[in-house]
Design a protein around this ligand. Structure first.
Ligand code: PXP
Length: 247
């Protein structure tokens, strides 16, 4: 039995384009409401330490204007924890963050950072914010999520999306195995990073995966077909893969 697969649309790169000129256009909050109307089940936004795309004001406006849940991606820092506790989004996804990286490279080393992460996970849990950890599809990272008390993991799909041929099959298998293991360990399993129209189907077909978070490709594709159309096509590819899986 495969449950409904949710689509979280990440709007960070609408803010990247806005910030290239320093004004207010295009507005990521307007993109979020467009995404809602196009069928997004949630909106994801990453407030980075250097504020290179999403701003504090964007988070405040998303919290008041969204009808669907907000998933706040955040580094495990006291500044970000304060912001999360002030806004109380539906969910928070803890991600690794390095100033010099272009995007989130690799998953959080939860297994190697138990002591550092524990107070963040418990403060978010206590505030009723659903915590997820963005991790590599590895057993030891899943086990770390369990020991930290995080109810959700998001599996990093970047290596699968970047690979080709047999290496892509191998990377996909790591995700498939981790999704099964997550279910056995009682974790809710999400996935994301780098997903496109071409790579989404195999991940969407994994029965244990409940949510996909997709951003850069959709915002790029919106240049050619519009955001509404790009999201609807992604949604339909996800649904099709899911239906074929359960048929
Ligand atoms: N999930 C997480 C945890 C991320 O950090 C990102 C990128 O910000 C995404 C999903 C979306 O990745 P992409 O923009 O490549 O679709």
């Amino acid at each position: 039995m495969t449950g409904k697969l949710r689509l979280g649309v990440n709007i960070d790169h609408v803010a990247t384009i806005r910030n290239a000129r320093g004004g207010g256009h295009p507005d990521p909050v307007q993109a979020a409401t467009t995404a809602e109307r196009a069928g997004a089940d949630g909106i994801t936004a990453h407030l980075r330490e250097d504020r290179r795309h999403i701003s504090d004001d964007d988070i405040a406006r998303l919290m008041t204007q969204l009808q669907v849940p907000l998933n706040l991606e955040m580094a495990a820092t006291s500044e970000m924890l304060d912001i999360a506790l002030r806004h109380k989004p539906h969910a928070a996804c803890i991600v690794p963050e390095k100033r010099e990286e272009r995007t989130t490279e690799g998953g959080l080393n939860a297994a190697g950072g138990l002591q550092h992460l524990a107070p963040y996970v418990s403060a978010l849990n206590d505030a009723g914010i659903r915590v997820s950890l963005f991790i590599e599809p590895e057993r030891r990272q899943l086990e770390a999520a369990v020991s930290l008390g995080a109810p959700v993991v998001e599996l990093h799909t970047g290596a699968y999306c970047d690979a080709i041929g047999l290496e892509q099959d191998r990377q996909f298998q790591r995700i498939a195995d981790a999704a099964i293991a997550a279910g056995e360990l009682g974790l809710e399993c999400h996935a994301g990073h780098g997903l496109t129209f071409e790579t989404v189907g195999r991940v969407a077909a994994l029965a244990n995966v409940r949510e996909l978070n997709i951003g850069h490709f959709l915002i790029g594709e919106a240049i050619f077909s519009g955001l509404d159309s790009a999201i609807k096509r992604m949604r339909s590819l996800m649904d099709q893969a899911r239906a074929e899986r359960s048929a």
